[in-house]
Design a binder for this molecule. Structure first.
Ligand SMILES: Nc1ncnc2c1ncn2[C@@H]1O[C@H](COP(=O)(O)OP(=O)(O)O)[C@@H](O)[C@H]1O
Ligand SMILES: [Mg+2]
Length: 400
């Protein structure tokens, strides 16, 4: 620091596996970060960042104790918590140190699906019928009484990890009785949608709506993605986004809302208050929308000014294609260059010859991403084209 220069603000980042939060904070906001994470993620934050680890990020006592120690040596006023698992511990640190930002009760409503659904139901918003698995007999009766079956899912989680569809007569996996989970009646849907929102002062100032190529559950690791909604549903989605944000008492930040479109209208599935994975922020940006990461980080830092792009203009939409994951060690990558050589299609492939697929496959895990201008390429044609053209060959397939 040269004399007269203000020291850079120190920020605590409670994080799991999203190193781009730190890279962007340093690059775009000129702050110093201490990362508080689990040992398994420490390697994602090399050299210049200071890193403190705890055994489990959900253990709020450990997180708060570690954060107090950091704060004692080098005070900070802001906590950034960019992942589903870090939102709640981040809010506990704020509470313990009397800092501004997302509070514990709101963080709970965004990260615990039972609390979220109760708040949505109280506000009169349409959701699937649901029950907690806490009362085993009642939960079993709830499943047996369903005609289309239920989805069993952990109250806390993301990426479809641990979510399973059960028929009315199916056995219930024992985890339902030992962990906090919910059973939801299957919603018969015409389509599943997502909407990305920018919220200031409790108002959804901008939102972008997309339809998933197919309902998300079961598509993990496969070719999938989403394309812009460009019909009358845009308005309904925007209205619903505002109602959900108001029902959960969210004031400032970015939101990722998931909805089911049914014959009788929209049904709310869930909402997150952190940047989504699977290439969605890039899709919003390329669609002429706001910079999800920049807006999220500006909100976490209590800075209001950052606003990327002209959010109100309809600059046309972009289809996002999640390339499938390889099934074993990659032996060749076919068709990618051919796809990106076409006008209006662009992207990156994330695996090269010799690479292995990830150990945990969730709905945010991708083999690569393609973005196609929806004005040039009708979305369904893009998915067909990619499925005909692209493939990873791997030793798993070649084995006899
Ligand atoms: N009640 C439901 N009816 C039909 N499909 C559902 C229902 N609940 C969840 N799903 C499917 O399961 C996926 C994962 O469930 P979700 O509640 O979004 O959990 P996660 O936090 O893991 O994303 C959803 O994207 C949707 O495709
Ligand atoms: Mg979801």
């Amino acid at each position: 620091m040269t004399p007269g220069q203000a020291p850079r603000e120190h920020v605590l980042v409670v994080n799991t596996g999203k190193p781009e939060a730190v890279t962007r904070l340093v690059r775009s906001f000129d702050v110093r970060c201490t990362v508080l994470t689990e040992e398994q993620y420490a390697r994602l934050y090399p050299n210049h960042q200071s890193v403190v680890t705890v055994r489990r990020i959900e253990d709020t006592d450990l997180v708060v104790t570690a954060a107090r120690r950091v704060h004692h040596d080098d005070p900070f006023l802001r906590v950034v918590a960019p992942t589903e698992r870090s939102i709640l511990p981040g809010a506990h640190v704020r509470r313990a140190l009397c800092l501004e930002g997302l509070d514990v009760a709101t963080a709970e409503r965004f990260t615990d699906k039972l609390r979220m659904k109760e708040a949505l139901r109280r506000a009169g918003l349409p959701t699937a019928l649901f029950t907690s698995t806490h009362d085993q007999r009642a939960a079993l009766a709830f499943l047996r009484a369903s005609t289309q079956g239920c989805v069993l899912k952990p109250a806390r989680g993301s990426g479809s990890i641990g979510a399973v569809r059960l028929g009315p007569g199916d056995d219930v996996p024992p985890c339902a009785w030992t962990s906090r989970m919910l059973l939801e009646r299957v919603v018969p849907m015409e389509a599943e949608l997502h909407s990305e929102g920018l919220v200031r002062n409790g108002v959804v100032e901008a939102s972008r709506a997309y339809e998933y190529a197919e309902p998300v559950l079961g598509t993990e690791g496969r070719l999938s993605g989403s394309f812009p909604v460009d019909d009358e549903r845009v308005r309904d989605v925007r209205v619903m986004h505002q109602r959900v944000v108001s029902a959960l008492g969210f004031r400032r930040g970015t939101t990722h809302l998931q909805l089911f479109a049914t014959r009788s209208g929209l049904v709310v599935n869930e909402i997150a208050c952190r940047p989504p994975g699977g290439g969605i922020p890039e899709q919003v940006r390329r669609s002429g929308g706001f910079d999800v990461w920049k807006e999220f980080l500006a909100a976490e830092l209590g800075r209001g000014e950052a606003r990327g792009g002209d959010i109100e203009t309809d600059a046309g939409g972009v289809t996002r294609v999640k390339l499938p994951l390889p099934r074993g060690r990659v032996t060749s990558v076919e068709g990618f260059e051919q796809l990106v050589s076409r006008d209006g299609i662009d992207g990156t492939v994330h695996f090269a010859v010799g690479d292995e697929p990830p150990a945990v496959i969730h709905s945010g895990a991708v083999g690569g991403l393609l973005f196609a201008d929806a004005a040039t390429w009708p979305p369904r044609d893009v998915f067909d084209l990619v499925s005909r053209t692209f493939r990873f060959r791997s030793d798993a397939e070649e084995a006899p």
